[in-house]
Design a protein around this ligand. Sequence first.
Ligand code: ATP
Ligand code: MG
Length: 794
Amino acid sequence: PDEDEARLLEGLNGPQREAVVHTGGPVLVVAGAGSGKTRVLTRRIAHLISRCGVHPGSVLAITFTNKAAAEMRARVTALVGRRARAMWVSTFHSACVRILRAELGEAPEFGLRRNFSIYDDADARRLMALVLRDEDVDAKKFPPRSVLARVSNAKNELTGPAEALADAASGNDELHARAYAEYDRRLRAANAVDFDDLIMLTVRLLRTHPDVREKYRRRFRQVLVDEYQDTNHAQYMLIRELCSPLDPVPGAPAVPPPELMVVGDSDQSIYSFRGADVRNILDFEKDFPGARTILLEQNYRSTQTILSAANAVIGNNPDRPAKKLWSSVSGGERIIGYVSDTEHDEARWVADEIDRLHDEEGCKYSDTAVFYRTNAQSRPFEEVFIRLGLPYRVVGGVRFYERREVRDALSYLRAIANPVDDVSVRRILNVPKRGIGARAEAALEVFAADEGIAFTEAVDRVDEVPGMATRSTRQVRAFGELMRGLRGLVEQGAPADQVLAAVLKDSGLLDELKASKDPQDQTRVENLVELVAVAQEFVAQAHVVDLEADQVAVDDEELDARALEGDDSLGVFLERIALVADSDQIPDADPDSPGVVTLMTLHTAKGLEFDNVFLTGMEDGVFPHMRALASKDELAEERRLSYVGITRARRRLYVSRAAVRSAWGAPQYNPASRFLEEIPAELIDWQRTAVELDGWTLSAGARTGASRRAAGASGPRDDAPAFGSGRGHMPASGAGRDSRIVSLEAGDRVLHPSFGLGTVVATSGSGDNAKADVDFGSGGVKRLALRFAPLEKL
Ligand code: ATP
Ligand code: MG
């Protein structure tokens, strides 16, 4: 047993050990990136289970993504064996879904049934759009997205619609509060919740039902939260509800409150736009009396060079408590910098360097990650990687589950699982096209409203609906039959993949796409085939019981039930999909395979680490994001994001930027990111610093165009965009056509928004037929019809 203890404490420094073995009051572990916070959490769980007699079923660990949960579960299992499977290791959202599904029977006043749907952001927007339309709200002045953002803020603050209305200080506030109320009413009518509801409703449930609250306080004796700096108010209150003292039971021995450990780093708070409140971590000691704080100061992840860069950058943020963080890996290679002509050249350079790391340094592809600020920046990388045959995986992006055809198919599934889900039913009413027009839909809607019934019921009673054309009635009836047939399948216990296959076939969705001549529709067919594969994999997984890295925590009872039958039902499938976070797509490291390069946004990179990290698009206006440039607070958050990015790197860090980047089809000249300048110059080894754009020079240090060699009249073109001023320039549709070049000759230098800088090698034709052959260097030689090509002559 002492060997066991030694093994669990092995590879921990003093303060880490203290945190692992601490018992009693609440503990906060605050420390910079890579100091072993997550490791402490994992070891603590293992220690509690194997040394302190804590039952695994009484452990609740909250991580930021499902991926992180799976990793933590696997690590603990490796330390203490399979009994660990009874722990709850999950995200806030997943934990709340489980609690709500289990306890809603106790709270009929919530107006939800166990099989409620979870609306994602796009569904929520659709619903809000309907609400605003029906309330005659001007969608230009109040876009659904922004109204929804306020609703989301309110929910994260645990403010309900009635309270929001009471608090309204202006007509504007009132409008939002009313939209909120109606939006919520319709959600409930559809037996649905949005993401923010999951937390808010769970808190409300615990507050209003003392028996439920006591049950969970008795059940979860150990609560652990990773990435605490990114909790919002609702999540904070949830933790409080779960971890407060229990009500005394007369005659029974007192049960102490659950033990709480949270870990985090205020410098890594990057979700304030979603309501995360860094005060939660700053005020921990005040919020939880008797709390103890443990600081970690040694970084085990990165070289001192990388850490020095990170510390220097974050040091520019105002009002942060000074923190010491030093690396045990002294020195390390210098950071490598590169200024490319365009985003395509940047991608090319990154790809070449990854190849070199693989061939010459023996790095696996999976040891490398490429980060960027926004999802849209992945495209040039994907293009180059595909061309070079470099294996890669994009995390996030135009997410698979957000593609139209996938959402159509999922809407069918949800409409089947939850017939009163009006948003889903209406989405598919005429998908594929079956001749049910807007008039028929409106007639059904009015009928449903008059009768106080769900839309589906109106469909089923279409013969009673006034004002329907005979043809429409027939079509609606056929739709109703289709849906009843599909629901029948579910009632017979068909697994999710079979239901999906039936949807695609019986609805005619697949046939419509297959018959189409549009090449995009072929991609859509492939995506649907992929979705079937996802469902098949889910069904296969549902019947595997002893999977160590199971994504959703289960307790022993559930496990036994699953061993017998395996829940491969549609409902569980939909729930899984609704909760897939971006980072769940990160492939698991297989030690034998060379793996794939991971491409992702900086936000999704939180908590992860890679040997080699490329921070790309380091330009003011890209990163920091254009939106943040005018606000001190937002700039500080962007800076924290850069701190997160830099500290993901273990051994090598690369920073790059493009002198010219296309945005909305127009070239954009961005100065170097201010964060690049904040890294001490001696830490960066610039492989290429300046880009010659004829008379213009863009250098790595050019922040404000200071190094612009030529200006004004002496520049290459008087009306050439000034550096930085092209940012955010979005041509109105059709605009720019006039400025298309009519005459070019061999030798001219041109700029193309996607191909970058090029030299004209030949021209032909004239007038509308004028064409030019342009050599774009690594992009190859292309022939362009000048009438259409958005070329700019330099
Ligand atoms: P982040 O703030 O980025 O989430 P973190 O504080 O959670 O980072 P971990 O991911 O737990 O840090 O640890 C960073 C790396 O350092 C991991 O590879 C971990 O295994 C290693 N590590 C942590 N503590 C030690 C230690 N005492 N000895 C050796 N390696 C350690
Ligand atoms: Mg961590």
